[in-house]
Write a protein that binds this ligand. Structure first.
Ligand SMILES: Cc1cc2nc3c(=O)[nH]c(=O)nc-3n(C[C@H](O)[C@H](O)[C@H](O)COP(=O)(O)O)c2cc1C
Length: 223
C-alpha cells in the first residue's frame, strides 16, 4: 500500500464569528422549511440540477473513504411504472400482514396508504443502493466499512442539496425492497436502501402537521 500523499487544505475558509453565527442561523431557518412531500407535479426538472445535487451527495464522508453508494437515476415512465406496480404490491402485503398494529399506528398521522402514485408522477426517482463490497486496484473484491452509516450520510447530503436547490423530496422505503435491484438490474452485492423521489411539489400538495423535538429534548450537553 502506497503511503498517503498529504496536501494543504486550501479550501478551508475561516469566517469572522458574527458571520459564522449568522450563517448557522440562516441555514437552520432554511432547513426547517424542508418537508417530505407525497404529491408531486409532473413538471420536468433540469437534469443538471439533479447531477449537481448528486455530486454534493458524493462529497459525503464515508468509512475508510470507500464511498459505498450507488445512485440509480430513473426518469423513464415505463420503468417508473414498473417500480410503482412492484412497490404497491409489497405495500399491500405490508399494510395487510407485515406491519402490525404498532407500526400502522405510528404511520397513521402521515395518512399514507398502499397507493404510491408519486412513483409515476415525480420526474425523478433516485434509487439508492449500498455497495457491500467494491473492487480494489488489483480488480479483486474489496471490503467496504460502515456501509449503512456512510450511505445514510450521503442521502442526507442529497436531501439537503435538493431542498437547497428548490426541489421537494420524499425518502421512500418499501419493504421488502428486493424488486428494486431486479428492475434496475443491479448486482447482488448492491443492497437497496431507499428511493429518493424528487421534483416540484404538486400545487395542491399538503403535509401532515408535525412537531419537532426541541433541542433540549434530543441533545444532552455533557460538560
Ligand atoms: C429512513 C426513512 C424512511 C422513510 N420511509 C418513508 C416511506 O416509506 N414512505 C413515506 O411516505 N415516508 C417515508 N419517510 C418520510 C418520513 O415519514 C418523514 O421524514 C417524517 O414523517 C418527518 O416528516 P418531514 O420529512 O416532512 O420532516 C421516511 C423517512 C426516512 C428518514
Amino acid at each position: 500500500v502506497d503511503p498517503p500523499k498529504w496536501i494543504a487544505w486550501s479550501d478551508y475558509r475561516e469566517l469572522p464569528e458574527p458571520e459564522m453565527r449568522a450563517r448557522a442561523a440562516a441555514f437552520y431557518a432554511e432547513m426547517r422549511r424542508r418537508r417530505s412531500i407525497r404529491r408531486f407535479a409532473d413538471r420536468p426538472v433540469p437534469s443538471e440540477l439533479i447531477e449537481d445535487c448528486l455530486r454534493t451527495a458524493g462529497t459525503a464522508p464515508s468509512g475508510a473513504n470507500c464511498q459505498p453508494w450507488r445512485f440509480v437515476v430513473v426518469t423513464d415512465p415505463a420503468v417508473k411504472r414498473r417500480i410503482r406496480w412492484a412497490a404497491e404490491a409489497v405495500e399491500r402485503q405490508f399494510y395487510e400482514k407485515l406491519a402490525g398494529r404498532e407500526w400502522l399506528d405510528a404511520l397513521a398521522p402521515l395518512g399514507t396508504t398502499p397507493q404510491k402514485p408519486f412513483l409515476e408522477t415525480a420526474p425523478y426517482l433516485i434509487a439508492v443502493f449500498a455497495e457491500r463490497q467494491g473492487t480494489g486496484p488489483d480488480g479483486r473484491p474489496r471490503k467496504h466499512y460502515y456501509v449503512t452509516e456512510s450511505v445514510a450520510i450521503a442521502v442526507g447530503f442529497l436531501l439537503v442539496a435538493l431542498h437547497h436547490a428548490g426541489l421537494a423530496a420524499l425518502t421512500y422505503t418499501p419493504r421488502p425492497m428486493g424488486f428494486l435491484g431486479e428492475i434496475l438490474d443491479r448486482p447482488a452485492h448492491e443492497h437497496p436502501m431507499m428511493i429518493v423521489v424528487t421534483g416540484y411539489p404538486a400545487e395542491d400538495a399538503t403535509v401532515p402537521e408535525l412537531a419537532r423535538k426541541r433541542l433540549e429534548d434530543f441533545v444532552t450537553f455533557f460538560f
